[in-house]
Design a protein around this ligand. Structure first.
Ligand code: ADP
Ligand code: SR1
Ligand code: MG
Length: 421
C-alpha cells in the first residue's frame, strides 16, 4: 500500500511505480512505446540493508533500475528512522564517480529528490554481487585492476592533490550535509561493537567471551578512537563510504560499483580498507564453505593475491595520477615548493604510508563490526554449522584485532597477508 506525505513523498509499490514510470520521460524513454510501458516486467530485488530496488524490463526495448530510499533502515524496520535524503547524496556521488570512472559506475538517468528515487543503468546478468561470487568460489581475474582504477580515480581527483582549496572546500561543505549517514557509520562501526548495545549480536554462545573481550580491550578502544576521529575529521577525498563486497557487481570481465549513499569527504583509507577488509572476511569464511569436493585452498590463494594486487595496483595508479598532475591546480603540495625530485618522492612515500596504515586500521574496524556488531555478512552467516562459523569468525576477529593494534608496524601488504595466513 502506498502512502503520500505532505512533501510529495510516496513509498512506491509495483502499481504506483508503473504510473511513476509513465509520467517520467527520462525513464519512460528508455523503456519503449506505450504498449511496452503497459507490459513492463517489474521485480523488487533489494537485498541490501536500507532501500528498495526495482528491476524494470521492457518487453521489446530496454531495461532500467529504480532505487527508492524510505525514511527508515529497511533491515531493522520503522523503529530506526533514517533520512531519505541519503538518496540525494547517492545520486550526486554516483554521477561524480561515473564521471571519474565511467567503466566502473552505472550511469544515472533520473533523480527525484522529493520522491528519493534514482533511475539508473540496469547492471544486467551475468553480473552478480561480488560477495555472492566470493561465497560461490568464483575467481575474477580483473577485479583488483578494476577496483584499483575506481579507487585511484575517484579518490585522487576529489582530493586536494588535484583540486584547488576553493573547489575542495565547497565539495566538502556540500557533503557535510550527509551527516545522518556518517553518524550511522560512527555508531555501527566505531562505537557499538565496543560497548553493550541492543543492536549487537554474534554467534552465541561460541563467541560470548570474544565479544566481551572486544568490549574490555583498552588498547583496541584507544586505536578505534583514533580511527573514529580520522573518519570524522579527515576530509581527504569524496569517499564511497560503504565499499564492501556487497556494493560491487561483477562478471569475469566487468566490475561495477553501486550504492554510494554513505558518500562524504572522509579519509581515503576508509574505502580502501572497506574493500580489503571485506576480502579478508571472504578469506576467513572459506574454511566454512569447504567440502569434500573443494577444500577452497586454491581459492584462498586467489583471494590473498587479489588483496595484494588491489593495494599494489592502487598505489601505482594513484601515485601515477599524482605524477601526471604534479604541476596541476591541486593546492596540497605546491609545485614551487615540491619540485625537487627527491623531496617529491619523500612526500609521496609518507602520504602513501599513512594511507596504507589508515586502510589497514579501517579494514580491521570493518571486520570487527561485521562479527560482533549489528549488520553481519553473508560470507559468514551462510555457514550453517554454528561451531564451524564461530571458528571462522574467531580467526577473522583475532586477525582484525591484531591488525588494528599493529597496523603501523606493517610496511607492505605481503607482510599483512603472511600475518593472516
Ligand atoms: P542498499 O542501499 O539497500 O544496500 P543496494 O544499492 O546495495 O541497496 O542494492 C540492493 C541490491 O539491488 C543489490 O544487491 C543488487 O542485487 C541490486 N541492484 C542495485 N543496483 C543495481 C543496478 N544498478 N543494476 C542491477 N542490480 C542492482
Ligand atoms: C544498520 S547498519 C546497516 C549497514 O548496511 C549498510 O550497507 C552499511 O554498511 C551500514 O552500516
Ligand atoms: Mg548496499
Amino acid at each position: 500500500m502506498s502512502t503520500t506525505t505532505l512533501e510529495g513523498f510516496q513509498v512506491l509499490d509495483e502499481k504506483s511505480l508503473r504510473e511513476y514510470l509513465k509520467k517520467t520521460p527520462s525513464l519512460s524513454s528508455k523503456l519503449g512505446n506505450d504498449d511496452d510501458l503497459d507490459n513492463l516486467m517489474i521485480k523488487e530485488v533489494g537485498d541490501g540493508n536500507l532501500n528498495f530496488v526495482y528491476i524494470i524490463i521492457s518487453p521489446s526495448a530496454g531495461s532500467i533500475v529504480v532505487k527508492q530510499a524510505i525514511p527508515y533502515v529497511r533491515c531493522i524496520g520503522e523503529s530506526w528512522p533514517m533520512t531519505k535524503e541519503r538518496s540525494y547524496f547517492e545520486a550526486t556521488a554516483l554521477k561524480r564517480q561515473h564521471g571519474l570512472s565511467p567503466k566502473h559506475v552505472p550511469e544515472v538517468y533520473h533523480f527525484d529528490r522529493a520522491m528519493s528515487v534514482i533511475g539508473m543503468r540496469y547492471i544486467e546478468p551475468p553480473h552478480i554481487i561480488l560477495r555472492k561470487g566470493l561465497i560461490a568460489g568464483v575467481e575474477y581475474p580483473l577485479l583488483a585492476e578494476h577496483m584499483a582504477e575506481f579507487m585511484a580515480n575517484t579518490l585522487f581527483y576529489t582530493s586536494l592533490l588535484y583540486l584547488t582549496t576553493t573547489e575542495h572546500k565547497s565539495a566538502v561543505a556540500e557533503f557535510c550535509a550527509n551527516v545522518e549517514m556518517c553518524r550511522l557509520t560512527e555508531q555501527v562501526v566505531f562505537s557499538d561493537p565496543y560497548k553493550i548495545s541492543e543492536f549487537n549480536h554474534w554467534t552465541t554462545p561460541y563467541l560470548d567471551t570474544d565479544a566481551e573481550a572486544v568490549r574490555n580491550d583498552k588498547i583496541l578502544k584507544l586505536e578505534v578512537a583514533e580511527l573514529k576521529s580520522k573518519f570524522c575529521e579527515k576530509a581527504q577525498a569524496l569517499i564511497h563510504g560503504d565499499l564492501h563486497t556487497g556494493s560491487v557487481m561483477v562478471t569475469r570481465e566487468s566490475t561495477q560499483v553501486i550504492d554510494p549513499e554513505f558518500a562524504f569527504y572522509g579519509p581515503m583509507g576508509f574505502d580502501v580498507g572497506a574493500f580489503i577488509g571485506n576480502l579478508f572476511l571472504a578469506y576467513f569464511s572459506q574454511d566454512g564453505h569447504a567440502d569434500h569436493g573443494n577444500d577452497r585452498k586454491t581459492y584462498k590463494a586467489w583471494i590473498v593475491d587479489t588483496i595484494v594486487d588491489t593495494w599494489n595496483l592502487f598505489h601505482k595508479k594513484f601515485t601515477n595520477l599524482w605524477d601526471i598532475h604534479k604541476e596541476g591546480p591541486g593546492e596540497a603540495y605546491l609545485h614551487e615548493i615540491y619540485n625537487d625530485v627527491e623531496l617529491r618522492e619523500l612526500v609521496k612515500q609518507k602520504y602513501m604510508s599513512d594511507l596504507f596504515h589508515d586502510s589497514l586500521g579501517f579494514a580491521a574496524a570493518k571486520m570487527i563490526r561485521r562479527i560482533v556488531g549489528v549488520a553481519h555478512v553473508e560470507d559468514l552467516e551462510s555457514i550453517t554449522d554454528l561451531g564451524k562459523r564461530a571458528d571462522c569468525e574467531r580467526r577473522a576477529l583475532d586477525f582484525a584485532k591484531m591488525l588494528m593494534k599493529k597496523r603501523r608496524t606493517f610496511n607492505n601488504i605481503t607482510d599483512v597477508i603472511s600475518a593472516a595466513q
